[in-house]
Design a protein around this ligand. Structure first.
Ligand code: SAH
Length: 321
């Protein structure tokens, strides 16, 4: 398959990404001030604080730094309102949720995940993050390979699953033989079984992709398509995780890797509050867990893949996510 011609960017994030960048900068300036003197028992919060300090030094924000906290709060509200008129609405809500709770999150009085799971903030953010158009690729793949065996890794709240299952069931047909929905945590399965109740041939299983799949009930299993959306960067060793993906791929199979490569750092402001954001610390990813295309190519090759057939940004640079 000539994948390069089959995967196209779907969306234009240019109408809201600059606003999200300014919004997150305001939130970072405010956060820096209010957590500067706080003590915290949570070790990754020290990294979060240093990262904010370092990031704010790397950009010229004099026009925002002169605002007092009340002015920042007002401007945050205005920007959230502004972005709420765009497709970035849920992303602004996610940033604002962290902003509103950041002191209590920092000292460990509130769990960032509890903040983000209220009102479906997190599923909405993930859905808005995964927006690449793979419909032509999936259509061609299912023609060239009927009875697809599909594995999804780190499926979580199911944003990617929903997109893919829709593409795989045109009309009344089902273009796959089985779809294995996995995550390191089985906690997502109840909601997923409910959300995807209308689809057939779905299977749910736990899989920690940082560990050997053959020790987790996946011995000898091979897949024609493996989907991993924003999960590989969340593991401690890219090489271990990619090598484990490789073991599960049929020799003629395809690996569809959706990963963050943003220019704007609003993503870090939200997700840096979670411990998992910092797991790549010892893997040359101490500032942020995600990496650029060059390193992905290197990591994929080292793990036994070939150079990617295609690499596509979801929106034009520098607005891509
Ligand atoms: N793919 C989903 C969720 C992304 S969040 C979406 O795009 O909506 C990352 C997910 O990876 C979480 O659900 C988390 O539980 C899972 N995860 C984290 N570490 C993992 C690991 N080592 N193996 C498998 N899944 C993991």
């Amino acid at each position: 398959l000539d994948v390069n011609t089959l995967i196209k960017p779907l969306i234009d994030r240019s109408d809201y990404t600059p606003a999200l960048t300014e919004l997150s900068h305001l939130c970072m300036i405010y956060t820096q001030r209010v957590i500067a003197e706080l003590e915290t028992p949570i070790s990754h919060m020290h990294k979060y604080r240093s990262w904010i300090d370092q990031h704010l030094l790397s950009v010229d924000l004099r026009s925002l730094q002169i605002l007092d906290n009340t002015a920042i709060e007002q401007r945050v509200k205005r920007l959230v309102d502004q972005v709420s008129q765009t497709n970035g609405a849920h992303l602004a809500v996610g940033i604002e949720a962290i902003f509103n709770n950041v002191q209590r999150i920092f000292i460990g009085e509130v769990e960032p995940l509890d903040v983000l799971l209220a009102d479906d903030i997190l599923p909405n953010v993930y859905d808005a993050m995964d927006q690449c158009d793979v419909s032509r690729f999936i259509r061609r793949l299912s023609h060239s390979k009927p009875n697809l065996r599909i594995l999804e890794i780190g499926a979580g709240t199911g944003g990617s699953t929903a997109n893919l299952l829709k593409l795989l069931t045109p009309g009344n047909r089902t273009l796959y033989k089985n779809y294995t929905f996995t995550d390191i945590s089985s906690g997502f399965f109840v909601a997923a079984k409910d959300r995807f109740a209308n689809y057939s041939n779905l299977e749910y299983a736990t899989l920690d992709i940082s560990k050997d799949p053959s020790d987790q009930g996946f011995d000898g299993r091979k897949y024609d398509l493996i989907l991993a959306t924003n999960v590989i960067h969340a593991t401690a060793s890219l090489n271990d995780s990619l090598s484990n993906v490789r073991k599960l791929l049929s020799p003629t199979g395809w690996f569809l890797l959706h990963e963050l490569t943003p220019t704007s750092k609003w993503v870090n402001y939200i997700f840096g509050t979670l411990a998992g954001w910092w797991y790549g610390d010892a893997d040359g990813r101490s500032d942020e867990p995600y990496i650029g295309l060059e390193r992905w190519e290197r990591e994929l090759k080292t793990a036994g893949f070939r150079i990617p057939d295609a690499a596509v940004l979801d929106s034009d640079h520098p607005h891509q996510l």
